[in-house]
Design a protein around this ligand. Sequence first.
Ligand SMILES: [Ca+2]
Length: 328
Amino acid sequence: MKKGVTLWICFVSFYLFSSNVFAQNEAEFALYVEQLFIEAKEKGFSEDILTQAKASIAFRPTVVKADKSQPEKRITLSDYLSTRVPDWKVEQAVSLYQTHKELIKQVEQDFGVQGRFIVALWGNESNFGKIQGKHPVLSSLASLAFEGRRETLFKTQFFAALTILQEGHINLEAFNGSWAGAMGQSQFMPTNFLAYAVDYDNDGKKDIWNSVPDVLASIANFLKQHGWNDEYTWGRQVDASAVTDSSIVGLDKRLSKPIHTWGEFNVTRYDGQPLPNVPIKAWLLMPDGETGRHYLVYDNFQTLMRWNRSSYFGISVSYLSERIKKGL
Ligand SMILES: [Ca+2]
C-alpha cells in the first residue's frame, strides 16, 4: 500500500477512535452527573438550585487534561522569584496598598495580620484580581471528580460549591475559577471559602470575585485562623553555607530552634553578622540545597505553608511582602 494511503487510513481510524472515546466519556459523564445530583438531593440542596446547576454542567476535557499534565517543576528559586515577583508587580502592589490604605488598616486591626502579607497573597494568587480563571466551577469540579484521580477530594469541593451557590454569594453565570476550581481574587477552593471567606463590606454576600474588602478580609481571616501572629514577621534570609549537617534543615515541627541558637550551627545573618538574641523559634530552610538561598523562617511561614505547601510559594509571598514594605 502506498505510504500516503496508509497514513490517511491511520488518521481516519485515529479520528474515529478518539471521537468514539470522547462520545463514550460524554455518556459516562452524564451518568456520573446524574449520580452526583442524586447525592446532592439527599444532602438537602433545594430543587431550584439543583435544576439550575445541573442544566449548567458540561464535561470539561481541558481541565482533566490540565490536571494530568501539571508540570514537574524544576526551576531554581531565583528563577521562580523573578517570574512570580517582577518589578511591575511590586509597583502595583505598592500602589494598590496606597489606594486601599484605610481598608487595609481596618483589616489589620480586625484580624491581626500585617497588610503587606495580605496584599502579597492577593498579588500572588490573582494579580490583584486580574487573573481569576474563567472555568465554570461546577463543570470543572464535576469533570475532575469524574476523572477519578482524586474523586473524593473533588466531590467534596463540588458539594461545597453547591452550598456557595445556594447561599447566594455568587450567581451561576459568574461562578468561575481556575481549571482546578480555585475561585475569585483569593483563589479559594470551595471548602476554604466556606471556612474562611468573610463578608467585610456587609452586603450579605461573601464576594471574593468582586469585592476588594471581602477579598482582603478573607485572606486575612485564613491566615488568622491558621495561627498568624502579627507581632512577628515571616523569617529572614541568612547565610547557612557553613552548615554541614543536612538533618537539621527543613520545616518539620521537631527541627525548630530559638533563633540565636542557630549561631551554634554556623548560621549567620545574610551579611555575616551574628544572629539576634531573640526568643523566636525558627526553622532552617534551604529550598535549593546548599548552593541556593538560605532562610530562617518563623511560625508565620508555617502558616503560609497551610495556604500552599510549596516552599517556593511561601518564599515568593514573603519576598513580595518585603518589597512592598520597602516601597511604602
Ligand atoms: Ca460582601
